[in-house]
Design a protein around this ligand. Sequence first.
Ligand code: ATP
Length: 423
Amino acid sequence: MGATICCCCRSEQEQNEQLTSVILSREPPPKEQCRGSLLVFINPHSGRGKSLETFAHTVAPKLDRSLIRYEVVVTTGPNHARNVLMTKTDLGKFNGILILSGDGLVFEALNGVLCREDAFRIFPNLPIGIVPSGSGNGLLCSVLSKYGTKMNEKSVMDRALEIATSPTARAESVALYSVKTETATYAAFLSIGWGLMADIDIESEKWRKLGGHRFTLMGFIRSCNLRSYKGRLTYRPYKARGYTPSSNVFSIYDKTTQQRIDDSTAITIPSFADSEDEEKHLKNQKTTWTLHDSEDTTSSESESDEEVVIEDDFINMYAVTLSHIAADGPFAPSAKLEDNRIHLSYILWKDIGTRVDIAKYLLAIEHETHLDLPFVKRVEVSSMKLEVLSDGSYVVLDGEVVETKSIQVSSTRNNICVFSSTA
Ligand SMILES: Nc1ncnc2c1ncn2[C@@H]1O[C@H](COP(=O)(O)OP(=O)(O)OP(=O)(O)O)[C@@H](O)[C@H]1O
């Protein structure tokens, strides 16, 4: 335990191998003394490439002191975490999972869970903790900003470490969205982008080591080479439909995931006249989304309103479901963790004067004034569909590129739970 490593004079790969073997050989605290256990995913290449070091030197010693055991998976490439979570048979024994990467690995992990039969029981009962090692950490920043953490890299990292390693850590609900493309279904929690900001996000990935500065640099380049993107955007304005989202805040180490699942199943099973109905109810609970705009939830004629369709040349389309997309000012200040509305904003080519307007828009994001610019249209929606009608653009979901020309995002009444505070 607590081995110190001299990292100078060695290649990055050798350092990573050495750190991995130190991490995997750590003696856990004795089981009978432990408060609980975490399943940890470390992406050695995320962000500035420091996640193994952060775990070995900071997270692991703190978890040991807090008597929290951990099982570590050092991811070897895309889909590793997804495959583990799809197939792991003992997920219920953990109190939570901890991810040392960015939003991309959280997205991958959730979509691994989505492939499981018990996905919709796991989501609200298996808390996800994040130690921000990737370059985009919108989920973590949205959660921490609710509790007043200052939005700069150091404060976010310090607070995330405190929560991730504390025996009194608590988790709370974050709304989950159902996404369909031409070929796949996803669970998403953060954003869908197309056009200017999606291009900036993806084209700046080669500068990962610059951290958040990569977006500023690529934003400057992109606004000098402004493009328009042809597409059709269809959306349905948000209506409450009698639903008031509420947050479930709970202590992570009071129960394991399986104990929480067992408790919630016992509470939510109504008494059924016959066992066939009961079986059907349980099956639905396990396997399906609860869509916000389903027939069951549209209670009156006035609520089944028209869809709005815009077919035009766009400069940017960016929709978020959480307040922050990075550790700067909020992108959607009114977004709340548990609330299931989608904050859609877009800019049409015909509405801007010059490309200086776009530079102003990108700069305004940092100062939270971007939504006040006259050429930025915004609306809260419960579902939206984007059909891309031109070539050569990225559709980016929770920071990850999805290969599709058509994508539909729907609000649901499902949620995940995320490490958020300490008692
Ligand atoms: N060992 C690995 N090597 C390369 N890619 C990996 C590895 N492990 C995981 N990945 C992939 O890297 C992506 C990590 O994205 P994440 O957002 O977590 O980090 P990031 O450094 O901020 O990356 P990005 O800038 O692309 O968002 C995930 O899609 C994941 O599948």
